[in-house]
Design a protein around this ligand. Structure first.
Ligand code: PHE
Length: 341
C-alpha cells in the first residue's frame, strides 16, 4: 500500500508541475480530492478492506497526501492570484511624474480681433452695427450706388455673378442702401463684412476679403465731420500722434470722394518697411454721400447730407501682425492662427 501511495504522490507532483493557469489548478483539485470522483477520495474508500493496522498506517499516509494536495494547489492558486494583481498594477500604472497634457484653448481669428477693435471704437462714438446680405441684386450692387450701367465694376471680369442680376457683393457699400432703407436719419452705422472680387490671388489679393463700411447721415453734415471722425478713429486705433491726409478720388456713390491715408503706426511717418518708406499707409475710400444715392432711398438731399467710408481689413491686419501673405489668413492652418490672441 505504501508503495502505491508513494506512486500516487509522484503522479500528483508531476501533474502539478504542468499546471499553468488558475482553472487548470481547480480541475486538478477536483481530479484528486473532489468529493465524488477524486482519486484520493476513491482510495480512502478501499481502506475498509485492510486489516486494522494496515488501515491506520495507510489512512495516515493518505491523509498526509491529501493535505499535500490541498496545500500545493492552494499555494499554486495564491501564486496565480498574485501574478494577476501584479499584472493589473503594471497595466494600470499611472506615472505621476509625467508633465500634464496641455488643454488647447481656441483663438479668435486675427481678422475678427481687428474687426472687434474697430467696432468697439465706432460703437463708443454712437454707431450701430449693421448687417447686409453677401448676395445682392443689381439694385443694391450698382443702381442704388449710382454706378452707371457701363461701369467696369459691373463686368463679369470684376464681379462674381450668380445669375443675370444676382452677384456676390464686391464692397460693403451695398449695406449703406439697406441701412438707409431700414433707418431714418439721423443715422450712424458701421457694417463689417465679407466682399468678393474676381482678383487673382497673390500675397496682397484674395478673391474674398473683409471691409468695414461707415455711414452717417444727418442735417448739415460736411466734409469736416468726415475728417474729424476719421481722425478720432485713427487716433484711438493707432495712437494719439496719428495724422491723416485725404487724396481726391472717384467713387460713383460719393461726391466729392477721397482716399484716406494715415501716418504709419510703426515709424510715425518717418518711413520704414511697414509703410515702404513713405511714412503713410492707405486706409480706404471715403466721401460725401452722393445726392442720387440719398434720393434713391427717399432721403431729401436738400435737407440731409452724409459721409461714408470703407476700410479694408486684410492688408491692415497683415501690416499690424507682420503677415507677409494675406492668403495665410484663409488657409485655416492652426499653426498660423494660434499665434494671435
Ligand atoms: N466701397 C469702396 C471700395 O471698396 C470704398 C468706399 C466706401 C468709398 C465708402 C467711398 C465711400 O473701394
Amino acid at each position: 500500500m505504501s508503495e502505491r501511495i508513494k506512486q500516487l504522490r509522484d503522479d500528483f507532483d508531476r501533474e502539478l508541475g504542468s499546471v499553468t493557469a488558475d482553472l487548470e489548478a481547480t480541475a486538478l483539485r477536483d481530479r484528486w480530492i473532489g468529493r465524488k470522483s477524486g482519486l484520493l477520495t476513491a482510495e480512502m474508500k478501499t481502506l475498509g478492506k485492510l486489516s486494522p493496522d494496515e488501515r491506520r498506517e495507510a489512512g495516515q499516509r493518505l491523509n498526509e497526501l491529501k493535505d499535500h494536495v490541498e496545500s500545493e494547489i492552494a499555494l499554486l492558486q495564491d501564486g496565480f492570484a498574485g501574478r494577476r494583481d501584479a499584472e493589473q498594477l503594471v497595466r494600470e500604472r499611472i506615472d505621476i511624474t509625467l508633465p500634464g497634457r496641455r488643454i488647447d484653448s481656441g483663438h479668435l481669428h486675427p481678422i475678427t480681433l481687428l474687426r472687434q477693435k474697430i467696432e468697439d471704437i465706432f460703437v463708443s462714438m454712437g454707431y450701430h452695427i449693421e448687417d447686409g446680405p453677401e448676395i445682392e441684386t443689381d439694385f443694391y450692387n450698382f443702381d442704388a450706388l449710382n454706378i452707371p450701367s457701363a461701369h467696369p465694376a459691373r463686368s463679369p471680369q470684376d464681379t462674381f455673378y450668380l445669375g443675370d442680376h444676382l452677384a456676390l457683393r464686391s464692397q460693403t457699400s451695398t449695406v449703406q442702401i439697406h441701412a438707409m432703407q431700414r433707418r431714418q436719419p439721423p443715422l450712424r452705422v458701421i457694417a463689417p463684412g465679407r466682399v468678393f472680387r474676381r482678383d487673382t490671388p497673390d500675397a496682397t489679393h484674395n478673391p474674398m476679403f473683409f471691409q468695414v463700411e461707415g455711414l452717417l447721415v444727418d442735417r448739415g453734415i460736411t466734409l469736416g465731420d468726415l475728417k474729424g471722425t476719421i481722425e478720432e478713429f485713427v487716433r484711438r486705433m493707432f495712437g494719439p500722434e496719428t495724422m491723416i491726409r485725404f487724396r481726391p478720388s472717384y467713387f460713383p456713390f460719393v461726391e466729392p470722394g477721397a482716399e484716406i491715408d494715415y501716418t504709419c503706426f510703426k515709424c510715425g511717418g518717418s518711413g520704414c518697411r511697414v509703410c515702404k518708406g513713405s511714412g503713410w499707409i492707405e486706409m480706404g475710400g471715403s466721401g460725401m454721400v452722393h445726392p442720387n444715392v440719398l434720393k434713391t432711398v427717399g432721403i431729401d438731399p436738400e435737407q440731409y447730407s452724409g459721409f461714408a467710408f470703407g476700410l479694408g481689413l486684410d492688408r491692415l491686419c497683415a501690416l499690424m501682425y507682420g503677415i507677409d501673405d494675406i492668403r495665410l489668413l484663409y488657409e485655416n492652418d492652426v499653426r498660423f492662427l494660434e499665434q494671435f490672441s
